[in-house]
Ligand binder design. Structure first.
Ligand SMILES: [Zn+2]
Ligand SMILES: [Zn+2]
Length: 344
């Protein structure tokens, strides 16, 4: 058991190392040879900034639609903001926003510091950083503060689906808890997310599978093998509670971070609505089903690069349609809505 654990731990940086070799060298590296090499590796190497980079690569590779790269400062994560798991189902406190793919790519990618730096004093997130993300999950989906932009705990007031997410004012899907369910894909020995200060966020157990040790004031702890890390929790406070590492705060959010793009005005809460289904019906074609006091309703929408067509089946109240020009979208995630949609 112990041997298995160490192998898993040390193979992570090693595989990345092997990937960097020219193809011929890689072919000649037998598995046994690698294990021997691993045994000779000092444990301390796991703690270097380079090892965090290897962990980043290893984690995001579990979700093939997420693309990664790095520059001198940041590890870059590109995604369309749409998770592979079902979503929206279970929401009983709905603002009528629906999932729309986002362009978190190029200069609008998620940026995780390659070398986290311990802050002089932690930046606690209660009542702060209520806009934008505080972390990015292994599947490329942003994780926001457990408190929504009005300071309420989203998970406790029916705002979140069964996977801990919902859509913001730019129809941008995001979590408000650490998505512990991603552990079934990444495995317990890898983090399910990275905080925007650069530190990894593990699930409800330590990376070696043992019970979670006592957490510090930020919701994390130092570890001789894995370095500083946070843990996600299945109950309040759900995420870490302060940034152990340095972050820059700009206009109420961690900077830098990508913008979600809105092309329609933000919608309002719909009292009594309960989301029952969300289906991808084809390329760019979606249907969200819900009930209002037993009346079955749905929103169907078709997206192209230039337009978005919505059909609102309002049950007893009939059907309406809206069409937006997506080229008008000028960005507006994280609570802002400054697009100039043309409504028909
Ligand atoms: Zn939200
Ligand atoms: Zn831990």
């Amino acid at each position: 058991m112990r041997r298995l654990f160490f192998s898993a731990l040390l193979l992570t940086p090693l595989f990345s190392w092997a990937h960097n070799l020219p193809p011929i060298a890689r072919v000649n590296l037998g598995f046994d040879y690698r294990l021997t090499w691993v045994a000779a590796m000092p444990l301390a190497t796991v703690n270097t900034a380079q090892s965090y980079k290897d962990t980043f690569t290893e984690v995001f590779k579990k979700f093939p639609r997420v693309k990664t790269s790095s520059d001198d400062t940041y590890f870059l994560v590109s995604s369309d903001g749409m998770p592979d798991h079902p979503m929206m189902i279970g929401i009983t406190n709905w603002q009528q926003q629906v999932p729309i793919p986002q362009a978190y790519t190029g200069s609008n990618s998620w940026k995780i510091p390659l070398k986290p730096v311990v802050a002089k004093s932690p930046a606690f997130i209660k009542g702060r950083f209520l806009r934008g993300a505080i972390a990015v999950a292994a599947n490329g989906i942003p994780i926001f503060n457990p408190q929504n932009n009005r300071g309420e705990v989203s998970q406790d007031i029916g705002e979140l689906d069964k996977w801990g997410g919902h859509c913001g004012r730019a129809d941008d899907y995001h979590y408000h808890i650490i998505p512990l369910h991603l552990q079934s894909t990444v495995g317990k020995n890898l983090p399910v997310a990275f905080a925007l200060d650069g530190y990894p966020v593990f699930g409800a157990t330590e990376p070696d599978g043992s019970a979670m040790r006592k957490l510090d004031e930020c919701g994390g702890h130092e570890d001789t093998k894995f370095g500083y890390h946070y843990h996600g929790l299945s109950k309040s406070p759900y995420t870490f509670i302060g940034f152990h590492g340095q972050v820059t705060e700009l206009e109420g959010q961690v900077d830098p971070q990508p913008r979600a793009n809105s092309f329609r005005p933000a919608t309002s809460p719909l009292r009594g609505a309960a989301i029952t289904d969300f289906a991808v019906e084809g390329e760019g074609k979606y249907k969200l089903s819900y009930t209002v006091n037993g009346d079955k309703r749905s929103v169907s929408y078709v997206l192209s690069t230039s337009s978005a067509k919505f059909e609102f089946n309002n049950g007893k109240e009939g059907t309406t349609t809206e069409t937006y020009d997506r080229r008008d979208g000028s960005g507006g995630g994280g609570g802002k809505n400054n697009a100039g949609p043309r409504k028909k």
